[in-house]
Design a binder for this molecule. Sequence first.
Ligand SMILES: [Ca+2]
Ligand SMILES: [Ca+2]
Length: 74
Amino acid sequence: MKKSIAIALGALFMAGTAFAAEDFATADANADGQVTAEEAAAAAPEITPEKFAEADANGDGALSAEEYAAATAG
Ligand SMILES: [Ca+2]
Ligand SMILES: [Ca+2]
């Protein structure tokens, strides 16, 4: 019983990860590998300017796939 719940949660987690990757490609409107504040605002309104700045770990004003995942993680 507990084991099947763990498997179900694992499957959910993997599905979420796949969705996030797809989400990044969608958000990156010009496909340059970076999501700008404008692209993020258009694709993911839940990323507030505060969240964007927080997720932009290297401070270059754009989100890489990794940074975008952090921004959308919650
Ligand atoms: Ca872009
Ligand atoms: Ca960045």
